[in-house]
Design a protein around this ligand. Structure first.
Ligand SMILES: [Zn+2]
Length: 331
């Protein structure tokens, strides 16, 4: 299946799979047998991992969802951190992806180090579309083939992938390990094609390529503050709009995505103490009930919001074992 990138559509192999077989598929992807001229495959796999909980009930992700992440990851790596995604060679050639990003930057007259989240929505949509049109041809079939046709079905015309449920469960269980292998191989590739200075702190530049700044979370803070009690979710202390912080209930470092169903308002003390930990399980019940209200009011996607209990369990399986309890609880 060497010429996977030429495929227009394909189905995943629908048969029982052992854990060994699934690990082998990833081992192949991360081996030297998987050929890379650009870093697309690593970026696309990250886009899927970062969107893992955003699928519909049939485990479908659209190209728009995937390439929105893809564009954001690369915007920050290429334009903010100046990391090349293809060996320049004598002709200093750029990848299609880099060209698409530079097109966006020139069209909107954007300063280099503006993070993707700070662009207007119209700009982001236009740039994501351009990146999607340039990159979907090569990467979707290539990653499909390198994972032995086991991970997902896809249609370039329909612009979707559908994840194999067997693989979905496997990837959820081993998300952190797979993500780290992906970063490791991606970093090795980038070190080969870049000057030394560009790859300082390379791993955190990749890992944090979709991390939002506190100010851009204000949007979620405002919605939650208007709609729900003005008290810390964890300790119940009264908070004002200016003293309250937005907390990722399941830590951001595990989810790598910002979704309203995973946000609660916390006082600075609780937010600071909780950090990268899971909260005590009573709060899982509390946030699930809160999310049901949001679903009813049409403020949150139903499928994803109802997955929060599963995600909590997956996070524990992935090493998030330290459970945090606030000094005073408000359940
Ligand atoms: Zn608190």
């Amino acid at each position: 299946m060497a010429a996977g990138y030429l495929l227009k559509e394909a189905e995943y192999e629908d048969r029982p799979l052992s854990d060994d077989e699934m690990w082998s598929a990833f081992a192949y992807l991360f081996s030297s047998k998987s050929v890379n001229d650009t870093s697309y495959k690593f970026g696309f796999l990250k886009s899927i991992l970062d969107n893992l909980y955003n699928t519909d009930s049939k485990l479908v992700l659209t190209f728009d969802q995937l390439f929105a992440k893809f564009a954001e990851i690369y915007w920050n790596l290429v334009l903010k951190h100046h990391i090349r995604q293809k060996k320049p060679g004598k002709l200093n050639r750029r990848s299609e992806l880099e060209n698409a990003l530079l097109y966006g930057k020139a069209k909107y007259d954007i300063l280099e180090d503006i993070p993707f989240e700070s662009l207007s929505e119209d700009m982001r949509i236009d740039i994501c579309h351009k990146v999607k049109m340039k990159c979907k041809e090569n990467v979707v079939g290539a990653l499909y083939a390198d994972l032995g046709g086991l991970f997902y079905s896809f249609s370039k015309k329909g612009e979707w992938i559908r994840i194999n449920p067997r693989m979905y469960e496997f990837v959820c269980k081993h998300k952190v390990a797979i993500e780290k292998l992906n970063y490791y191989e991606w970093a090795k590739f980038l070190e080969r094609v870049n000057e030394d200075s560009a790859v300082d702190h390379l791993l955190s530049k990749i890992d944090e390529s979709t991390l939002r700044t506190r100010s851009s979370l204000a949007y979620y803070r405002d919605i939650l503050f208007q709609e729900f009690e003005n008290k810390c979710f964890y300790c119940g202390k009264p908070v004002t709009k200016h003293s309250v912080e937005v907390d990722h209930f399941i830590p951001w470092s595990f989810i790598k995505d910002d979704q309203i169903w995973n946000f609660v308002l916390a006082c600075p003390e609780c937010n600071n103490k909780k950090r990268d930990k899971l909260a005590q399980v009573d709060f899982l019940t509390k946030i699930s009930e809160r999310n049901e209200i949001m679903i009813e009011r049409d403020q949150s996607n139903k499928e994803s919001a109802r997955r929060i209990k599963m995600i909590y369990t997956w996070a524990q399986k992935n090493g998030y074992n330290e459970i945090w309890t606030p000094k005073k609880m408000s359940v």
